[in-house]
Ligand binder design. Structure first.
Ligand code: AMP
Length: 363
């Protein structure tokens, strides 16, 4: 199987969302074709790709035909079962690979991985039933010293704040556990962070690593609202986050991108919240603010090309347009400092990411 895929080659992507769409657009600008494998017709990525397979993720015949038709395979979301990856790997390389996917799709495995590699993270406890939840919360609240808030999160399939419940002493634990459908979960102490940041690292087939400058992120209701670069953080905070992100990318042997989200504490230290082995919403600023966008970098990395410079050339504040925010679009479009990126989603739904704006800030 080839290490290097030259322009003219076909990149297979599992998933048809906006991350796949923006990857396909970057790939096209570099002379590659893309083949999207998705379980939904009319997806944002399929609209801009020359090859599309619409099939279930457990359709062995469709997966095999897809794998045989492309030169490399990647994915744009983590919640892909392991079996399709195993089928595809018989025919073609999957980058970033099975291990980063396996670890990052389960919060319990993820937190254990951070601890194994001495990367600081927040206190968490596994929850497999109501009894464990009661015991875990009791133990956590006793140790929390005045802060008795915790967050219950499903171990798998959570994104954009879905599958989460806040726990306080007043919470009916039975109802909270029911609200996440009694799935295997993780209980986390609420972190009194002063800021949230993220670092995206690219790692090449040769093991070279380059990191983007950290983005400062604001979430509302668990969904990313804005990402601003440069982040208003201390130099040593930026350096620590970047070093941790590189440790994780190296330990996972990522070929592609790894996005790592951190909590920044009052003393300037950082704790990892979570990671994703793919382009990330907090990296969309790079499309208009960095020498190489995260999508171009992703294509370069998985195709075995040299990495591009991740340096910022223009400060940017990325703003997500979520659901009915789209009504603001005509006003936004009239602004000279707004760069528009729409995802081609026909139906506006509450909480659905429809587009983002990169606001060009004065240097
Ligand atoms: P997540 O999907 O786990 O990244 O959670 C989404 C957002 O919810 C985070 O970016 C934080 O703003 C908030 N959040 C999640 N977990 C915690 C926590 N343990 N303490 C404080 N805030 C949290």
């Amino acid at each position: 199987m080839t290490q290097h895929i030259l322009p003219g080659g076909i990149i297979g992507i599992l998933g048809g969302g906006q991350l796949g769409r923006m990857t396909a657009l970057a790939a096209s600008a570099m002379g590659y074709e893309t083949h999207i494998y998705t379980d939904r017709a009319g997806s944002p990525a399929a609209q801009v790709s020359s090859h599309v397979t619409v099939a279930e993720y457990d359709d062995e015949a469709a997966l095999t035909a897809f794998a045989k038709a492309v030169d490399v395979v990647s994915y744009e979301f983590e919640n892909i079962p392991a079996n399709p990856i195993k089928t595809i790997q018989q025919y073609v390389q999957v980058r970033p690979g099975h291990i980063p996917l396996h670890i990052s799709q389960n919060r319990l495995r993820e937190k254990a991985f951070y601890r194994e590699h001495n990367v600081p993270t927040n206190q968490t406890m596994p929850v497999h039933n109501l009894k464990e939840l009661q015991a875990a919360y009791q133990e956590m609240a006793a140790a929390m010293d005045g802060n008795d808030r915790a967050v219950l999160k499903t171990a798998e399939m959570g994104y954009d704040g879905k599958g989460q419940a806040i726990i306080t002493p007043e919470t009916d634990l039975q109802a909270a556990y029911d609200s996440i459908h009694r799935q295997p979960a993780i209980l986390e102490a609420f972190v009194p962070f002063v800021k949230e940041i993220s670092v995206i690292v690219a790692r090449s087939t040769e093991g070279e690593m380059l990191a983007y400058p950290p983005a400062e992120n604001i979430h509302e209701d668990g969904i990313l609202r804005t990402s601003t670069v440069p982040a208003n953080i201390r130099q040593d905070t930026a350096e620590a986050a970047t070093a941790h992100a590189k440790t994780l990318a190296q330990s996972l042997h990522v070929v592609g991108l790894l996005a790592v989200e951190f909590f920044v504490l009052k003393d300037g230290s950082v704790m990892v919240n979570e990671m994703a082995p793919r382009p990330h919403n907090s990296g969309h600023w790079t499309m208009d603010g960095a020498q190489t966008s995260q999508f171009e970098q992703f294509v370069r990395a998985i195709c075995g090309l040299p990495l591009g410079s991740p340096a910022m050339h223009t400060p940017v504040r990325m703003e997500n347009l979520i659901g009915h925010d789209m009504e603001k679009l005509p006003d936004i479009a009239a602004r000279p400092d707004a760069k528009l990126h729409l995802y081609g989603k026909k139906e506006v739904r509450e909480g659905r990411k429809m587009a983002h704006i990169n606001w060009l800030l004065k240097a």
